[in-house]
Design a protein around this ligand. Structure first.
Ligand code: KG4
Ligand code: ZN
Length: 334
């Protein structure tokens, strides 16, 4: 079974062919980061236009690089949300066109779910149940999954997402966009104990998150000039530690509370080297198995869309041409 996947929810145009749900034949990603960097963040209109310019070129390249012909393909999967409406529309329109022209089933995929499914691409033997910690630019949540496409949210952020905190703090510190990778690199040469930024753990039994207080604290410290005299590496490491601490602690609490001993890390912030390191330590100390995809599969890519699309297809899910984009998609299955 070959699934063709399209991802255009934010600033990466990506297409992929995935065989038997988990084998990547090709996963092409055209990043617009350099274009948006000039503006300090993603400009939605520019993102849509770039997706439009890129999508057909990438599709042609994917066909050429794999030698796959359309008559070998079984389904077309595309991200239908959450994401930027204009950006999503480009991918969904392309998927609908292919579906009609080739008479292939169309599957709409929840982008967040797909981030979790990226783990199957490298750990195809994964078995339910597991917990997933999803940490991306737009979302931060802990979910419990007992079977395919059935999840229970254990906790989510009440304000900013972890990735958003990285991006906003990088902007406050004048480090450019996107903030996560830059802060990660600087933090490697910094002391995480140098400055004590606030951690938000919420109520004692809460599995939720809150990052706006941390962001405000960095902003106020910067405005007051309190950060003068500190090395940028130490500021980055201290801030990063304040993001990572609650993620690790809530994951530990979720393992204890549910008794589920497998944790999957997902989303762009799952690239963060300190988060990976701290969760690895926690997994050894508290005896749970930890899985995370390699960095290329943590950030936005179409292989994870084609993968989740294949599992939805196996479950009998189909969309028709009425399929719409859902920028605020919070539900699960589709
Ligand atoms: O999952 P993703 O590619 O897009 C969304 O679905 O939101 O995540 C992008 C986010 C950005 O906020 C970016 O700063 C963050 O992931 N990110 C990182 C790292 N690499 C990307 N955050 C921390 N450390 C990293 N190494
Ligand atoms: Zn994403």
């Amino acid at each position: 079974m070959i699934s063709f996947g399209i991802e255009t929810s934010c600033d990466e145009t990506s297409v992929a062919f995935v065989e038997d749900a988990v084998k990547i034949k090709v996963n092409l990603i055209s990043s617009q980061v350099k274009i948006h960097q000039e503006y300090g963040g993603v400009v939605p209109e520019i993102a849509s236009r770039k997706h439009l310019e890129n999508i057909n070129v990438l599709i042609d390249q994917a066909l050429e690089q794999t030698g796959i012909s359309w008559d070998q393909v079984d389904l077309i999967s595309a991200t239908k949300g959450p994401g930027l409406v204009g950006a999503l529309l480009v991918g969904v329109a392309a998927a609908k066109s292919l579906s009609v022209a080739l008479d292939l089933p169309l599957i709409g995929v929840n982008h967040l779910v797909a981030h979790v499914y990226a783990n199957f691409l490298e750990h195809p033997d994964l078995r339910f149940p597991f917990l997933a910690l999803i940490v991306s630019g737009g979302h931060t949540c802990l979910v419990e999954m007992k079977e395919h496409f059935s999840w229970k949210t254990l906790g989510a952020t009440r304000d900013d997402a972890a990735g958003e905190a990285f991006d906003k703090v990088a902007r406050i510190l004048d480090l450019g966009y996107p903030g996560g990778p830059v802060i990660d690199q600087l933090a490697k040469k910094g002391d995480p104990e140098k400055i004590r930024f606030p951690r938000s753990y919420l109520e004692p039994d809460s599995l939720g998150f809150s990052y706006s207080g941390l962001k405000t604290s960095v902003m106020n410290a910067q405005k007051r000039g309190d950060l003068k005299g500190f090395r940028i590496e130490d500021i980055a490491a201290s801030f990063q530690e304040a993001v990572v601490d609650p993620l690790v602690e809530k994951t530990r609490r979720a393992v204890l509370k549910t008794g589920i001993k497998q944790v999957l890390l997902a989303g762009g912030v799952a690239c963060n080297s300190r988060l990976r390191e701290r969760l690895k330590q926690a997994s050894e100390k508290f005896d749970f198995a930890l899985y995370y995809p390699s960095p290329k599969l943590c950030t936005d890519n179409a292989a994870m869309i084609a993968c989740a699309g294949s599992f939805l297809y196996q479950k009998g899910v189909r969309e028709d041409l009425g399929m719409d984009v859902i920028p605020q998609l919070e539900g699960f299955l589709n």
